[in-house]
Write a protein that binds this ligand. Structure first.
Ligand SMILES: [Zn+2]
Ligand SMILES: [Zn+2]
Length: 409
């Protein structure tokens, strides 16, 4: 037997019906806000991620699926969606399009992580990006879009964690303040954090190692270091969230695992998963496109982990996803098989879903199979029924049976 690659899995019906429904809701909501879908390749030049995400991040250091192609070019399976969108913006000269540019994507990402519950090496993300505006109004729109989507999935226990990681003007001062404290406590830090003192001290705030936790408590918070523009930006976003009645909490320890964020960073946690498990993260990335060699175009976006989202999907939403057919037609004998196909075609033309028992092995087996498909009703078609233009409708939940004219279905 050939197994799936470690950390990957097959998603089968009926579960895939839930995935389809979630994606359909995402598209409906995104389209209602004027976002258009962007589909970027699953593989990109490795350099896109080393330059875009940052050299000293977990993703780039440990988690990328990187390999040479037959010509020796280094390729990487996309570990996230924003850097490819930024690359596509530049490659397709999208600055000539009307702005703000509102884009979304749905698809698989790849990270070589330790597989655990709800975490896969091929995982799926639903994300959106708004490109162009520097103004915090874009941040507020992003939250509005995100919350609208999650509300439609009937989540009621979500909370947004919000922070600002500053800008080019104020972050260097904060970095220096962090470095000063970290240098004093170098001996207590894990190897990764010791390296981060020079490369990326903000990432220490994100370290999960037990030994680093006491040092983390000593670190200054960014709040006191934000410049006037960054503070005003954050205040506007807070006011916007309040106006939209979105529950949020300021969390001055929140940094995201990617280097490209500036100012607003956020995550959405569910009470069901607990604080360690964000189902969505995002932030503003005003320098990403220019860092990749494009024009100076700010952006903000989010990505939702679809695997975890589906795992914690409210039962009330899942209950409405009906994978079963409206009708499953059971021909009593092989003579009724072709009329059964005709009837099924007619029903589908009317927008109903219909299947046919294909084996012609009679009523009992056919009904058993109909029930197993999860269909709402079985339609029994025998010689007499065909003669009279009728069909026996059996409600598969109650067992109730009535004869009906085919035209009355
Ligand atoms: Zn600033
Ligand atoms: Zn550490």
């Amino acid at each position: 037997m050939i197994a799936t690659v470690k950390g990957t899995r097959d998603i089968l019906p009926p579960e895939s019906f839930v995935w389809n429904r979630v994606e359909a809701v995402a598209r409906e909501v995104f389209h209602s806000f004027g976002y258009g879908e962007i589909r970027t390749p699953l593989m990109e030049p490795t350099e896109l991620f080393t330059r875009g995400i940052g050299e000293d991040t977990d993703i780039v250091n440990k988690e990328m699926y990187t390999f040479p192609d037959k010509k020796g070019r280094s390729l990487t399976l996309r570990p996230e969606g924003t850097a490819p969108v930024a690359r596509a913006y530049i490659s397709n000269n999208m600055q000539t399009l009307p702005h703000p540019l509102r884009l979304y994507y749905i698809g698989p990402m790849f990270r070589y992580e330790r597989p655990q519950k709800g975490r896969y090496r091929q995982f799926f993300q639903i994300g959106a990006e708004i490109l162009g505006p520097e103004e915090p109004a874009a941040d507020v729109e992003m939250f509005s879009l995100l919350v609208d989507f999650l509300n439609r999935l009937e989540f009621t226990d979500l909370a947004v964690g919000l922070n600002s990681v500053g800008c080019e003007a104020c972050r260097p001062g904060y970095r220096a303040a962090l470095q000063a404290v970290l240098q004093e406590h170098k001996g207590e830090l894990c190897v990764d954090c010791v390296r981060r003192i020079d490369t990326n001290p903000l990432r220490v705030l994100d370290c999960k190692e037990a030994g680093c936790q006491p040092v983390k408590k000593l670190l200054p918070s960014i709040g006191g270091h934000l410049c006037e523009t960054c503070s005003a930006h954050l205040r506007f976003v807070e006011e916007g969230l309040n106006a939209l009645k979105i529950r949020f909490e300021l969390n001055d320890r929140l940094v995201r695992g990617l280097d490209y964020y500036t100012r607003t960073v956020f995550e959405v946690v569910s009470g069901r998963l607990g604080a360690q498990n964000a189902i969505c993260g995002g932030g503003r990335y005003d320098r990403l496109i220019s860092d990749l060699g494009g024009p100076k175009v700010p952006g903000i976006g989010f990505a939702i982990g679809q695997d975890r989202l589906i795992e914690i999907l409210p039962e009330s939403f899942k209950a409405k996803v009906k994978p079963g057919l409206d009708y499953f037609i059971v021909p009593v004998s092989p003579n009724e098989l072709l009329p059964a196909f005709e009837l099924a075609a007619k029903l589908r033309e009317q927008g109903r879903s219909a299947g046919v028992a294909l084996d012609g092995k009679g009523l009992k087996k056919g009904l058993k199979f109909a029930a197993a498909t999860g269909a709402v009703s079985a339609l029994i078609l025998g010689e007499e029924e065909i003669k009279n233009g009728e069909v026996v409708v059996k409600n598969l939940a109650t067992g109730e049976q009535v004869k009906k004219k085919i035209d009355e279905l």
